[in-house]
Each structure stands twice: as C-alpha cells, then as structure tokens.
Design a protein around this ligand. Structure first.
Ligand code: ADE
Length: 239
C-alpha cells in the first residue's frame, strides 16, 4: 500500500509513520508513506497557501490551487489516479468496515486541511471520500490521516506477524475482546481468574466468549445490539 499524505506539517506524518509496526512495515517494503508538503505547490512567491474567506468571518481558508497541484503531482508521480480522502469532521465516521474497504486499494491520497478549511471548489474537483475519525474537532487532518494509515495497514499482507494479527481483534464480530492476564498470579491482592489456570481449553474458550459478551454489553451497548441482531439472523431466530 502506498500512502501519499498532503499536508502543511509533513514532520507530523514522518515522525508517526517512522515508529513501531508502521516503521518496520515501511522498512520491509510493505507500505510507503510519503508526506507531501502542500506549501511546495504554492502559486505565490511568498509560498503562501491560505487567504481570507470571501464573505468575511474568522480564520483563513486554504487556497484551491496549491492543493490541486499537489494532488496532480502525486498522481503523475504514481502514474495513476487514486482515491483522494479528505479528513474532515464533516466526513463519514471511520469504522472497521470502511477500513477494510480502503485496504483493498493499492494507493491512497490523504488530504489534510488546516485553518478554517479548504476552498470548496478544489474539494469538488479532486476529493472522492470525506472521512471523519470521530465527532470532535481536531486542529488539522494529520492525526486522522495517521489513524487511517495505522488501521488500514493492519490489513496489508506482511505488515503484522501471525502473533500480532491475532492481537487487537477487538471488533471481530462486533464484540470487544475478553480481558488478558499475565504473571504474577496475584497482584495487589487481585487473583487471575482460576479458569485461566485450569488448563481446560474448552472452558477457557467459553469463559472468554462470555466475558466478551458481558464487556460489549456494558461498555458498548450499541455494538452489542448489532451483534445480537446479527447472531439472531445467523441462527434463524425471529427475535
Ligand atoms: N480534522 C479536524 N477534525 C477532524 C476529525 N474529527 N476527523 C478527521 N479530520 C479532522
């Protein structure tokens, strides 16, 4: 997977994408993350990329032309057109299904806005997907872009080891994961649930599934209702 992140703050992306599992994935050639500085495509001798909003109001607006040039330059370099995702609180809220769908692409452009936003006309011309990472407002799209890169890359073959791919399966079947324990057996007077020490794999499996259900029901009732409905349809129940 090749990501092209269009941003005014490339160092934010370079830092975050260079560490941990993503850093290893890039080093091993499973992903590339290119941070493209929109300022390099300024049409202005002072490298300005923003201007006052027509109609007045607070804040600045990112100009259409530098964003347009940056997108076209990236497409030219890649030798293909790509989906262009604009990170914005006005987008569809990202979920695991969307992540898996984006992971089927070979390359993605992630466009990060700043200030009050980007001139609407270039968005109309280049953006294919509007994505939000949650119902809150960030200072820019960079953290959203990193969230997408992280979540999508988990589905790129080679990025996770076998052991890593069986971890963090929290949203498998819309259920949260069961709790985990490691040594020591007693910590701060808290005992590891005895069933986990029993060696009875069937019982352990059942206990974990039960904990998954309880945890989802109490922490994410919205997910629980969804998985309950799916399970009823699956088993042919008329509930
Ligand atoms: N930019 C600002 N807020 C955002 C959000 N919630 N999601 C994605 N991009 C954003």
């Amino acid at each position: 997977m090749n990501y092209y992140v269009l941003t005014l703050f490339p160092e934010m992306i370079q830092q975050a994408a260079g560490a941990s599992i993503l850093g290893r994935a890039a080093k091993n050639g499973f992903i590339t993350v290119e941070a493209v500085n929109i300022r390099d495509f300024s049409a202005n001798k002072h490298m300005r990329v923003d201007d006052y909003p027509y109609g007045g109001g607070a804040g600045m607006v990112m100009e259409a032309e530098p964003v347009y040039r940056a997108v076209r330059a990236v497409e030219e370099k890649a030798g293909r057109t790509m989906r262009v995702v604009y990170l914005t609180p006005q987008g569809r809220v990202l979920n695991q299904t969307m992540v898996e769908e984006f992971a089927r692409e070979e390359a993605l452009v992630l466009l990060c806005g700043h200030y009050e936003g980007i001139d609407e006309r270039v968005l109309e011309e280049v953006v294919t997907d509007y994505v939000s990472i949650g119902d809150y407002v960030l200072t820019g799209g960079e953290l959203g872009a990193m969230v997408m890169i992280d979540a999508i890359s988990r589905f790129v073959p080679g990025v996770l080891s076998n052991e890593e791919s069986s971890q963090f399966e929290s949203l498998q079947d819309n259920l949260l994961e069961y709790p985990h324990y490691t040594r020591p057996e007693i910590w701060h007077d808290r005992q590891v649930p005895p069933v986990l020490l029993s060696g009875d794999h069937k019982k352990i499996e059942e206990w974990r599934h039960q904990k998954s259900l309880e945890r989802t029901k109490s922490r994410r009732p919205d997910l629980f209702r969804r998985s309950y409905r799916v399970s009823c349809i699956w088993h042919g129940d008329e509930r």
